[in-house]
Ligand binder design. Sequence first.
Ligand code: ADP
Ligand code: ZN
Length: 515
Amino acid sequence: MSTNLNLISLLKENFGFDSFRPNQKQIILELLAGKDVMAIMPTGGGKSLCYQLPALALPGTTLVISPLIALMKDQVDALLVNGIKAAYYNSSQPPQIQTEVLTRLREGKLDLFYLAPESLPFLLSRLVNSNINLIAIDEAHCISSWGHDFRPAYTKLRVLRNKFPEIPILALTATADRATQDDILEQLNIPEASRHIASFDRKNLYLEVKPGNNRQKHILNFLKKKQQESGIIYCLSRKGTEKLAATLLANGHTAKAYHAGMTPEDRNRIQEDFVNDRVPIIVATIAFGMGIDKSNVRWVIHYNLPKNIEGYYQEIGRGGRDGLPAYTLLFYSYADIIQLRKFAKGTATEEFQLAKLERMQQYAEALSCRRIALLNYFGEHVSSNCGNCDICNAPPKYFDGTILAQKICSAVMRLKEREAPGMLVDVLRGAQNAAVLEKGYNKIKSYGSIKDIAWRDLHQYVIQLINQGVLEIRFHQGGRLLLTPRANAVLFRDEQVKLALIDQVVKEAKETFTE
Ligand code: ADP
Ligand code: ZN
């Protein structure tokens, strides 16, 4: 109780807030008790407070690892305004400032010390000799090559647990699927860390997917109704952003392109024009958005299919931060998939990237509530329709697929959750191929239990079950299928599953989606 009161008064005095956001207090209490924690919260969810407040509650200095120099500076400036002793260290500072910061660190005059991962090895022995009380790792997904934003410098953080055996480590991220979460904890050597996953649901974002043909015309029509509202259009290529921005300009819209090929000055200027409502429309590559704090983005359009669901969700998440309704639209075309496959080809993580791309494609082709599919992807097991997506608005024809789902789930169980959808379908259909026979799957009870559905259709039903959060794919383990808590409800508590009738729906969809 008294800790409670102290925390609230620290919160009020130093940050001016009256109460904690969901998860913050629990995370802080565990850190103060010396435990390792992983916090997964959407952008804007209030991650920073989870280490900034303990930094004040504990004697000594909190070490914060942060990948972006610009964000580091913003955070430290904000802390200084609140009278909190904070400083950052990175390679862009003049040597004199660096020395000054290190002196303050040594003398114990810092509550928070922000550091870029690249600089860690060089400062390690100094840090060990300073009074570090907590280690916070921001954007922790950057340590995982299974995530979508792997940064080699993050692998330098693996030494932290060894060098600071007694100090609690807090890993923070806004985006990580279940497998990436596991990997982060393994890479950081904190397998026992407790996980706090805040809800990722952004109820105010309307989710829509449309076929990619005539996108330009569609966007121009859309913009006629959206005069003056701020929005972002994401494109795959730099050239694509410039071309589309030029088209919009030619049609009387104030739009600017933004991509990593531009000078930092140009990029800063455009960003500021956008944030300050001077330019309502930005046509950008995914280089745009990280660290941009603009609450009134009313719509986000993906002109091209994103590489994976993490990126997609992060990008649409830049809409409607003020909580008011925002519209999101994803254009989906096979041409984009072919392009994205080419990009993945020959990279070290090709197989994994292709699997994530396929999952993105399955999302685009979803026949059930899109929000259910997204939230389940991030490990949030929800099953009620959102009422705020295109599918909920105009659902396809469903039939009672409970028995079919039960058969599929029990086969997944009998395959010991070791196999990918392809093998599962083979087994269910009683295929005689070598792979099935070698593994002895012809002897399990599910073998041949669904013979009367064509391979492709059955495969589609399996995908529907993934989108509905009944099954889950483990990408880095050959794409094997796992059962979720909802699968248990389906298997053992007769929870009803509605499936969209494949034959017509899918064939029609495939036809419209082909460019
Ligand atoms: P994240 O790092 O998760 O994107 P931030 O830590 O930047 O989010 O917090 C987002 C915003 O929410 C900030 O403006 C912050 O001051 C505010 N905030 C954080 N915690 C609280 C709280 N308990 N009460 C009110 N506002 C909060
Ligand atoms: Zn929905």
